[in-house]
Ligand binder design. Sequence first.
Ligand code: FAD
Ligand code: SF4
Length: 527
Amino acid sequence: MTSTSIECDVLVIGSGAAGSVLAATLAELTPLRIVLVERGGYFGREAMTQRELQMIQRLYADGGARTTDDGAIAVRGGECVGGGTTVNVALCLDPVPRIWDGWRRERHLTGFSFDRDASDLGVPGLNMAACLAEVRARLNVHEPDDAEVNENNRLFARGCRAAGIGARKFELNMRGCVGCGFCFAGCAIDAKQGTMVTYLQDAVARGVTLVHHCAIDAIDFEGEGGARRAVGARGRIATTREGSRPNPMPEGLVRFRAGLVIVSAGAIESPALLQRSGHPDPHGTIGRGLVLHPSLGIVGIFDHDVVASAGIEGTMYSDQFVASHGFFLQCLFAPLGAGAATLPGFGPEHFELMRQVRRLGTFGIMLLDSVGDDNHVVWDQALERARIIYRLSMADRARLRFAAERGVEVMFAAGAKEVLLPSEEALPPLDTPWFNDRSQAALCRQLPFGPATVLGSSHCQGTAKMGEDPATSVVDSRCESHHVRNLVVCDSSSFPSSCGANPMVSILTLARYQGRRLAAERARYGL
Ligand SMILES: Cc1cc2nc3c(=O)[nH]c(=O)nc-3n(C[C@H](O)[C@H](O)[C@H](O)COP(=O)(O)OP(=O)(O)OC[C@H]3O[C@@H](n4cnc5c(N)ncnc54)[C@H](O)[C@@H]3O)c2cc1C
Ligand code: SF4
């Protein structure tokens, strides 16, 4: 088998939200030799066929089949150039300063100032507000026009208002969107401004080498104790899959030698990579405290066509219950195939429901779940994959029941004739959560959230937490490992708890911030 060796100054592992921004920022501000490696393929717009099954297999982790260990929660993630930003639905919520202030207080983080005039860590002009503004501009984050709000979203907003709940428009990272409704399958016209079409292009234009189909097996360390440092990584370049752009490197084993290693493989794979590399973990913090933002769909059957799949999927949401109960209502529509699999019923009953698909309206509840130490990611050497161990806490279940009840009320208030949940669980006197009157919403108080209720997650976070205490965190305020020099872990795993919103913009902002800091503090890494 071919074996390739590559020398560089900085190796960035993972080309998703964080990795692309880090590579682009370092390339913009330094002359360093940067290599960006990505396990998935490079599927550009020409490969986006809008065929659900094909695209999910091409673009998603585990071909879209990744779940928690008990199978209860589908854990979706992008595994392709651009990572989650290639498959996501472009909903943009800014970082929440209140959450970051809490992290600064509780975990003694330094920096992360939201004051536009601040110079954090002594780096001129470094602050979150400036980095957020840059990210927003690069991704063209903007509010959609009223005409871009489809019927499903309009009904959702109407239901919220009729139920006395505020609803507002999302901002979206799109440019020239034609509302095809296929964001989950990658954008065929590059209208979605994920990192594949923005920061990654900036990075490559400035000389960054992108190696895709390249799975890093382990980070290489040298030295012992306080002198232990990252010096590179090993992996394998797989055969380029059909539909992908060509790879600059031949397939086979590959070894990178680098002055600085940055891990941005996402909140499932970053901790797994650290664990299988033998990164020191004296306090058992790597992978621990996983946050998923579990989501529950609310489905309404209307007496007229909604055609929720037409147009931009999500444009409206409600944050009415965020401060009081820690959940959002967000208007979304599942892809047809995946959606069909989550709808309740079998055989003729399910067929009858699917026949009415044009009249279905949906939105989702997104719970800002609490950190539980038992919820974790662990690399399983025998299975050769990361296992995701997660159970909803009792308190989170109670909040989700409350949220489900509100969701059912909103769907009836929107005009639905029947409302159902993706669940086969009995809610006496009902056999399943399939309601034909708003008064039945209170039955949601019995929801057990057992395996017969379908929950989803697209927002894994918090498995290599930032904090200044090595007993409770993996990295410090600079996203530097507490135990290995010249090793930075920066992505959704860095958040100490839920970032309080859909995470993409928070991750991009963190990456821009750390990229700017790394460029200014090159000497710290001998670069
Ligand atoms: C279907 C879906 C919809 C979403 N919708 C939204 C939304 O509308 N708004 C929002 O704010 N957020 C959304 N998200 C979440 C958001 O996209 C993610 O939180 C974000 O992309 C995570 O960024 P990251 O950098 O941590 O990891 P990722 O973006 O997942 O990037 C990690 C990359 O590392 C690669 N990798 C992993 N292991 C290795 C390895 N060993 N070697 C090399 N490469 C490796 C992966 O293939 C991946 O490409 C959505 C996510 C999904 C899956
Ligand atoms: S809805 Fe817009 S951004 Fe999404 S895939 Fe279609 S054209 Fe692209």
